[in-house]
Ligand binder design. Structure first.
Ligand code: FPP
Length: 252
């Protein structure tokens, strides 16, 4: 099996000017917003915006891998997105199916491991099977990992974690012994470090129930660019902005 990229190391392709490759975040998370508006501007159906958004995800994930980041987490479908018209929901699900089928075929070439965060149980059997197959293959590799949040909600995640912890407490765990790091083990992100940088394109300036626990000390980057137009250059801009911040985590 071809070994995946080293966890840390030099960028594979041309170095983006202005970026300090020694000071990159380990984990970038993105709220992929603006697909609908991108399509509307072009007189296209909203689903065309999601298809373009899926292509952008591929470009940005590849770029993150090439830069040597460890994790990219994207918000693909929230617990609230079921409120959308059924045709749009099923178009997004079809798109995900297609994307995963392609990713499985190309995984050895692309060197991008995939994992899914969220409650996958309401998804179709076909999609759940594809997610399971993708994760199983990914576990055989190391290196850059892209996390796709599917039927994910930050409050739902915390509630599920609290319920699981309560069950353990009923079985004898002393709640006083549960530290923050112990509680974090109940979250979908149990083995994943908190995001250093959260990017939201499309001009909206809110968190929308994304990684509520994990974003406690994340840096944020907002841009008016719509997700399907989000390019490698935009990613570099976000990373440059991140590198200018002073992260104090409550200290001085
Ligand atoms: C938000 O834009 C986007 C979504 C809810 C769906 C995101 C899904 C994809 C990009 C496709 C599949 C993903 C992967 C990882 C292959 P919006 O529809 O709310 O845009 P709007 O605010 O302009 O209407």
């Amino acid at each position: 099996m071809i070994p995946f990229l080293r966890r840390k190391g030099p960028a594979r392709r041309e170095e983006p000017a202005g970026l300090d490759l020694e000071k990159l975040p380990r984990h970038v998370a993105i709220i992929m917003d603006g697909n609908g508006r991108w399509a509307k501007k072009r007189g296209l159906p909203r689903t065309a915006g999601h298809a373009a958004g899926a292509e952008t995800f591929r470009t940005i994930a590849t770029c993150c891998r090439d830069l040597g980041l460890d994790y990219l987490t994207v918000y693909a479908f929230s617990t609230e997105n079921w409120k959308r018209p059924p045709q749009e929901v099923s178009a997004i699900m079809d798109l995900l199916e297609r994307y995963l089928k392609e990713s499985i075929e190309k995984m050895e070439r692309d060197h991008i491991r995939l994992a899914f965060l969220g409650d996958l149980s309401p998804l179709s059997e076909k999609l759940r099977e594809l997610c399971a197959r993708t994760e199983k293959i990914s576990r055989g590799y190391s290196g850059f990992q892209a996390n796709i949040c599917l039927n994910y909600g930050g409050r739902d995640e915390i509630l599920r974690a609290a319920r699981a912890m309560a069950r353990d407490c009923a079985a004898g765990l002393d709640p006083e012994d549960v530290a923050e790091a112990d509680f974090a083990r109940y979250l979908y992100t149990r083995d994943i470090p908190d995001p250093d940088l959260i990017i939201r394109p499309s001009g909206e300036v809110r968190i929308s129930n994304f990684l509520l626990w994990q974003s406690a000390y994340s840096e944020f980057y907002f841009t008016h660019v719509l997700w399907p137009d989000f390019s490698k250059k935009e990613l570099y801009r976000a990373l440059e902005s991140y590198q200018k911040r002073s992260r104090r985590f409550g200290g001085i």
